[in-house]
Design a protein around this ligand. Structure first.
Ligand code: NAP
Length: 305
């Protein structure tokens, strides 16, 4: 038997059910992953709770749950995918990662897990890492920049802050006042999100913001424009509304083809640390989603098997 998380009706975390099913087996052109870790993202529970968003992602009920995974190839029927039993892999699939066994094919995003990166960390890299990379690439961050990052302590933020620092930039990140220490340890100068953001940044000693990326709505977009940052140097990943002309809407799909190599190299070199805020067993998937959906995660939440 094999466990799989499904939901039959759209709604909150209580709709997520752990089902026992017959073990799936790969067909031609497929391989099976024994999943060991699932990195949660807001899109997981946004899709399972929002029919219109689910439709946009081609998801209909009943559906599996979650996207990012890590694990080990444990069954292959042919070698056309290039995997062998025992290969460690991680990546992202469409709304079905939360399961003991996962069937993958060429259409899925699957990377080999480098030795030295544990599975819980590997399971966090794909959506958040690629999205952070794309958000920075869209605005061309360099060592002469001071970048303002909105929502800097979240799943995408922890990658964006560290990748921007690796590029030599000075980073100012928005977060709650209670998150200031976490952001400083990550390498960013913290500033509270909320009213009067632009004026408060303007009052920071030596802060001359030259680029910005908004990982949580549009507050940072508008603050950056008020600070005189050109729209071509502002990106956003979660605007949920029309952006001012010239501001780039970006996402994981826009990442450079080599972005994951940059991310894994940085992790291996000890230059990029993924804070894992909390780990939950698969049987506690509802609790994991409740924690993630509170929107105050510092880093990533991982479900382990
Ligand atoms: N376009 C894409 O491809 C793509 C990919 C990934 C994610 N996204 C979207 O991007 C957003 C961020 O994703 P994520 O994984 O980073 O989310 P997340 O981990 O849930 O973000 C949590 C963080 O948001 C911060 N936060 C809470 N309220 C805030 C506010 N009003 N202003 C600024 N920050 C606030 C929290 O900081 P405090 O704890 O300090 O309050 C916390 O650290 C989500 O909406 C997600 O759906 C888009």
């Amino acid at each position: 038997m094999s466990r799989v998380v499904i939901y039959e009706r759209f709604g909150g975390p209580d709709r997520l059910l752990l089902r026992h099913i017959a073990e799936p087996h790969p067909g031609p052109g497929e391989a099976r992953v024994r999943v060991t870790a699932i990195g949660l993202n807001p899109m997981d529970w946004m899709i399972s709770s929002t029919p219109a968003l689910a439709a946009a992602f081609g998801v209909a009920v009943p559906s599996g749950f979650a996207h990012d995974f890590a694990g080990v190839i444990d069954e292959v029927t042919d070698t056309s995918l290039g995997y062998a039993v025992g290969d460690r892999v991680f990546g992202s699939v469409s709304s079905r990662a939360a399961a003991d066994h996962l069937i993958v094919d060429r259409s899925d995003t699957v990377y080999r897990t480098p030795d030295g990166i544990p599975d819980d960390v590997a399971s966090t890299l794909t959506v958040a890492g690629l999205t952070a990379s794309a958000a920075l690439s869209a605005i061309g961050v360099s060592s002469s920049d001071t970048i303002l990052i909105g929502g800097a302590a979240g799943g995408v933020g922890v990658f964006a802050v560290q990748l921007a620092k690796l590029g030599g930039a000075t980073v100012i990140g928005t977060a709650a006042s209670t998150t200031a220490r976490f952001l400083r340890e990550l390498g960013a100068e913290p500033i509270g999100y909320g009213p009067d953001l632009a004026n408060r940044i303007a009052a920071m000693a030596g802060a001359h913001v030259t680029a910005a990326t908004d990982l949580f709505g549009t507050e940072t977009v508008h603050a950056a424009l008020r600070l005189g940052v050109p729209s071509s140097r502002i990106s956003a990943i979660a605007a949920g509304t029309a952006l001012p002309t010239g501001v780039s809407a970006t996402g994981a799909q826009d990442a450079d083809p080599h972005a994951m190599d940059t991310i894994t190299d940085a992790v291996l070199a000890g230059q990029l640390h993924v804070p894992i805020a909390e780990e939950f067993p698969l049987a506690r998937i509802q609790d994991a989603v409740i924690a993630q959906a509170a929107r105050h995660t510092h880093g990533k939440i991982v479900v382990t098997i």
